[in-house]
Structures are given as C-alpha cells and as structure tokens.
Design a protein around this ligand. Structure first.
Ligand code: 13P
Length: 259
C-alpha cells in the first residue's frame, strides 16, 4: 500500500479547510485503486473537516499533540481531545517544531509513546540539515533521532507507526532530495528500525518521504519499493498539485497489481 499524507500546516482557516477537504476527496474520485489518504488540518478545522470526510476512506490527522493526559497545560491539546474529533493519526516531531519551538528528541519520545498508548498512529518526522548532510553526518543524525524518539517504545499487535524522512533542506525549498538520496536513506532507516523492532511484522512500520513533493516528482518517488508514501506540505494545499500526487500513487498501485 502507499500512503499520502496532507500536512496543511498553518496555511488554511476553517472555511478554507472545508473547501480544501472537499477538493481533496475529489482527487480520489473515479479511480479503481486509491492510496491511503490522511488529512492533517489545523486543530481548529478538525471538527468541520471530519464532517466533510465522514463517508470517505480518508483519515483525519493532527499536526501535534501533548504527551500529557490532561491538566494545567495551557495551549496544549490532548490525545483524548483529538479523539473526540475522530483523529486517528498525529504528526510528531516535525522539523518546524524542533527548529522554532525547541522540541527535543526526548519530548518527541514521550509523544510517540503516549500516542501509541492511546491507540493512535504516530507519524514520526526525522531529518537532517544541509550542513549535517554536507558534513557526511546525515545517517548518524537520523540514527540518533530514531533511537531517542523510539527509546522504550513497544509496538503491540494492532499498532502502526509511520516514520517520515523529511530532510530539513528539502522542506518548502522546491529542492527535493533526489530519488537516489531518498532510497539510500530509507534503506538506512529500515535497517535502524529492524534493530529497534526486530519482531515487527511486515507492514507495521511504514517509511514515508517528505520535502518539496510535487505532482511532477511524486511518481518517481512512490514507485520505489522503499518509499511507502509521501508527506506533503505546500502541494497539499494546491489541489491541482495534490490531484497529481494522488494520481501518481494510484498509478503505482495499479502497476503493482497488474505486475
Ligand atoms: P513541503 O511539501 O512544503 O516541502 O513540506 C513538507 C513537509 O514539511 C510536510 O510535513
């Protein structure tokens, strides 16, 4: 299966989210095979977007969550609150939160563990800076982020985990990682995850790519077996782009079925 996740970030208000959700569902229409689709609107739009996607196969995701159950945590949103809106997936450790809000691997670990304990699906983001890549440290950085964020995390039978490789230099830059760079890093991530979760059955952990994914480059990325899906920012709020990304995923799935 291939998964397409739309991260709308802080780009759309409630009214725009409703229109975008309707348009996003239309991108699935008329296709024999469709990828799994997860829509992550801003929290304030979750309730309205939920209504729009209620009768579709699309799932609802949040862009962040607290690791606390409840209490005096001004401005935070809990897993239970998100569940009231029908949220099943949560993006955790996005580089924009790491860079600008001081989110650490240790905080991210608490969120991943808590989200899994609440039977939700974490989308754990990892990625290196340009400086780190140029210094030949990309794999070391990713290994460190994964091992701290997943320390002590256990996956039970029904659990599911997404890891999204999002190189910081590729996010919003119009400069995606090359297919070769993505495949190489995904193989490395797979090897780290196999060490961390030696008993995880096939399909329990999926590795996605994010960073300047567009309608033009999505097919080339998604046709690689190492790429289980894409996490899309900018192009997810541009329906003509997003339609092509969903189309690329559907094409890859159809080709797999006839192979
Ligand atoms: P862009 O697709 O805009 O590069 O953003 C990627 C991203 O951060 C998704 O989480």
């Amino acid at each position: 299966m291939k998964t397409v996740i739309a991260n709308w970030k802080m780009n759309v208000g409630v009214r725009e989210s409703v229109a975008l959700a309707r348009g996003t569902l239309l991108t699935l229409r008329g296709r024999k095979t469709i990828p799994d689709l997860v829509i992550c609107p801003p929290d304030v739009a979750l309730s309205e977007v939920r209504k729009v996607i209620a009768r579709s196969s699309a799932k609802l995701g949040a862009q962040n969550v607290s690791w606390e159950v409840s209490g005096s945590h001004t401005g935070e949103t809990s897993t239970r609150m998100l569940q009231e809106f029908g949220v099943t997936h949560v993006i955790i450790g996005h580089s924009e939160r790491r860079q600008h809000l001081g989110e650490t691997d240790e905080m991210i670990q608490k969120k991943v563990a808590h989200v899994l304990a609440e039977q939700m699906i974490p989308i754990l983001c990892v990625g290196e800076t340009k400086l780190e890549r140029d210094a030949g440290q990309a794999q070391e950085i990713i290994r460190h982020q994964l091992s701290v964020a997943l320390q002590g995390v256990r996956l039970r039978g029904g659990d599911k985990l997404f890891v999204a490789y999002e190189p910081i230099w590729a996010i919003g830059s119009g400069e995606p990682a090359s297919v070769g760079e993505v495949v190489e890093m995904h193989r490395f991530i797979d090897s780290v995850l196999t060490q961390l979760f030696p008993d995880a059955p096939e399909g329990q952990i999926s590795v996605l790519y994010g960073g300047s994914v567009t309608g033009e480059n999505a097919y080339g990325l998604l046709r690689e077996t190492e790429v289980d899906g894409v996490l899309v920012g900018g192009a997810s709020v541009k329906l003509n782009q997003f339609k092509d990304i969903v189309g690329a995923a559907a094409e890859v799935l159809e080709a797999q079925q006839t192979a």
